[in-house]
Design a protein. Structure first.
Length: 353
């Protein structure tokens, strides 16, 4: 994320917090509860170049969050329970659901024991190609390639282009630019090819990250046996679905991942999260297909809290990202009050376009 944008978001959150405005807004914008999104939970690393740091929080931060949620007057519930409450219209207490995307190993090392300690239900959204060890964590590959070299070459629009990235500043800038360029591409095949080639030039196997960072099927199965755990689908190949031309492929990505998880774990997943999950990755077609496939809920990464009207948009649910760039409990207080995301969404409650 660009520095300026970060500063503005942080400034906005600080203003909402210190002005107390977020508390005043709560009855208006707070909704019924929130679904939180996390990725990695692991100790901070010293490296100066960590463009994906927004995807991780420290175990200490995570424990403070759980402690605070437990003290608050709200229920920590599973997605099934949230779904049941939405359908029944039972909203006596605010709720929070905790979800983790991608199934990283550090979940087991650092987050799981804390969730048990605080008896907090959680959902793991698993892209099945990750434990199958054929998934490409391309954003990690891009980081590794830029971290490793002083100069990289990319084939862009059929032309070789070279970029210096010797200093941390250059690396950060280059990562941001290449990331933005890749994300803006209409075709994810091309994105994957560029990162695969880039990694190959640096002697990096882009498939090594799934092995290194993601849980194995055995590890997932062990967690799946815990009543606190819900396993959710996160497609097979972790593609930005909205960019896929064929409806049948989108459907297959969702359906196949559910079938593979059911075969591996003995239980059919009833909840889905769209990979990446922002409006460029999941839109009305994806919301419709997920509903047609019978998923009880499907979660985006569009920021927001849950309102009564989401009962009619169960496959387009917003979430609140627990972002490693904003590891302050007060930022989360503001976000979960609904005040931060209300501004973001221009006070629209449902954003399903
Ligand atoms: Zn994901």
């Amino acid at each position: 994320m660009a520095g300026l944008k970060k500063t503005i978001i942080r400034g906005g959150l600080e203003t909402l917090y210190f002005s107390g405005l977020y508390q005043a807004m709560r009855p208006l914008v707070g909704g019924l509860g929130a679904i939180l999104t996390l990725h990695h939970v692991r100790p901070a690393r010293p490296d100066a170049f960590q463009p994906n740091r927004l995807l991780e929080v420290t175990p200490d931060f995570f424990e403070r969050l759980l402690k605070r949620l437990r003290r608050a007057r709200l229920d920590l519930i599973s997605l099934d329970e949230m779904h049941a409450r939405l359908i029944a219209g039972k909203f006596r207490r605010r709720f929070v659901c905790i979800t983790f995307d991608d199934g990283y190993k550090d979940f087991k090392e650092h987050a799981y024991s804390l969730l048990k300690k605080y008896e907090a239900p959680f959902t793991l959204y698993i892209p099945t190609s990750f434990p199958d060890r054929i998934g490409e964590l391309w954003w990690v590959g891009l980081e590794a390639a830029i971290a490793k070299s002083n100069r990289i070459g990319l084939v862009i629009n059929g032309k070789d282009q070279f970029f210096d990235c010797a200093t941390v500043k250059e690396k950060r800038q280059l990562y941001d630019e290449v990331y933005r360029y890749l994300r803006s591409m209409k075709d994810e095949e091309e994105l994957r090819r560029i990162v695969r080639d880039l990694c190959a030039c640096q002697g990096i196997d882009v498939l090594s990250f799934a092995r290194e960072l993601c849980m194995s099927w055995e590890e997932i199965a062990e967690l799946a046996g815990d009543p606190l755990c819900t396993i959710g689908a996160h497609t097979v190949n972790h593609l930005m679905l909205r960019k896929i031309a064929s409806d049948a492929t989108v459907r297959a990505e969702m359906e196949m991942s559910r079938a593979v998880l059911e075969a591996a774990l003995g239980r059919r997943p009833e909840h889905l999260a769209y990979p990446v999950g922002d409006p460029t990755s999941a839109g009305p077609r994806e919301f419709r297909i997920a509903a047609e496939l019978g998923f009880k809920t499907a979660a985006t990464t569009r920021p927001g809290v849950i309102f009564k009207v989401h009962r009619d948009h169960l496959t387009a649910l917003p979430r609140i990202s627990v972002n490693g760039e904003f590891q302050r409990q007060r930022y989360l207080k503001v976000l979960m009050s609904g005040a931060g995301t209300a501004f973001w969404n221009g006070f629209r409650r449902v954003n399903a376009a």
